[in-house]
Design a protein around this ligand. Structure first.
Ligand code: NAP
Length: 242
């Protein structure tokens, strides 16, 4: 039986690259999106072109009920759930004194609460061999400058969640890991954006990463060979933390 995966925020960027990589490695893949249904359906067409099944689910990670519902719909639509990739995230940056309560609530809802609720729902359905991979950020390892308080706080929560999930789910043969990308060229952080040169300079290799470079690490952690890897953090950041 083929493996099945749910990738949150899979309609573009890192999530789309992860979804396609998992499909190419033989998984049936569901993705969630918040707004852009056409982009999500395009990713599903690409998944199907690999010969695997694809499913697009509208589920705003800021909506608590939608997070668990999406896990249920993915498991029912694909027959089971082996892999959850918590990728959906929002990056709200700016000076500490300018961040509003609404922004704080939204970032914590999407980047933290949504990840918790999806992981909780997925863990309840996964069998031995299950995999939870969350997408953190290089700013949990090193904050290169001002303006990242809210985002860094939210992504740092995933490290605690991941270690605790590993301890809680280890006996059931389910692993949990977190991947910390450095600057990766996506709509969220375009390589020609206003702060791109500073981000490039902050890496050891002097360039942005590609979504596929993050997807390769996620695919390893989601696979059979990573059964003894859990509760761990992996930087795919061009040496940003070095
Ligand atoms: P992106 O290009 O903005 O793509 C985000 C994806 O998530 C889209 O598919 C989007 O779909 C979906 N999404 C956004 N808000 C959502 C919500 N509330 N509920 C469900 N889906 C939602 O972002 P990315 O750069 O690929 O980032 C992916 C992850 O990597 C994020 O967690 C981000 O924090 C993390 N990360 C990115 C970088 C970077 O440099 N790019 C670096 C470190 C970490 P819709 O368009 O339909 O909303």
């Amino acid at each position: 039986m083929s493996r099945t995966a749910l990738v949150t925020g899979g309609s573009r960027g890192i999530g789309a690259a992860v979804a396609l990589r998992l499909a190419r490695e033989g998984a049936d893949v569901a993705i969630t999106y918040a707004r852009d249904g056409e982009a999500a359906r395009d990713v599903v067409r690409k998944i199907e072109a690999t010969g695997r099944r694809g499913l697009a689910l509208r589920a705003d990670a800021a909506d608590a009920a939608a997070c668990a519902e999406a896990v249920g719909l993915a498991a029912e639509g694909l027959g089971r759930l082996d892999v959850l990739v918590n990728n959906a995230g929002v990056g709200v940056l700016g000076p500490l004194d300018g961040l509003t309560l609404d922004e704080v609530d939204r970032v914590l809802a999407v980047n933290v609460r949504g990840v918790f609720l999806a992981s909780q729902a997925a863990a309840g359905r996964m069998e031995r061999g299950g995999r939870i991979v969350s997408i953190g950020s290089c700013v949990t390892q090193r904050v290169p400058g001002p303006g990242a308080t809210l985002y860094a706080m939210s992504k740092s929560a995933l490290t605690g969640l991941t270690k605790a999930l590993a301890r809680e789910l280890g006996e059931r043969g389910i692993t949990a890991n977190v991947v910390h990308p450095g600057p990766v060229d996506t709509a969220m952080n375009p390589a020609d954006g206003p702060h791109a040169d500073a981000q490039r300079a902050g890496t050891a290799v002097g360039r942005y990463g590609r979504p596929e470079e993050v997807a390769a690490m996620v695919a390893f952690l989601a696979g059979d060979e990573a059964a003894y890897v859990t509760g761990a953090e992996f930087s795919v950041d061009g040496g940003h933390a070095a």
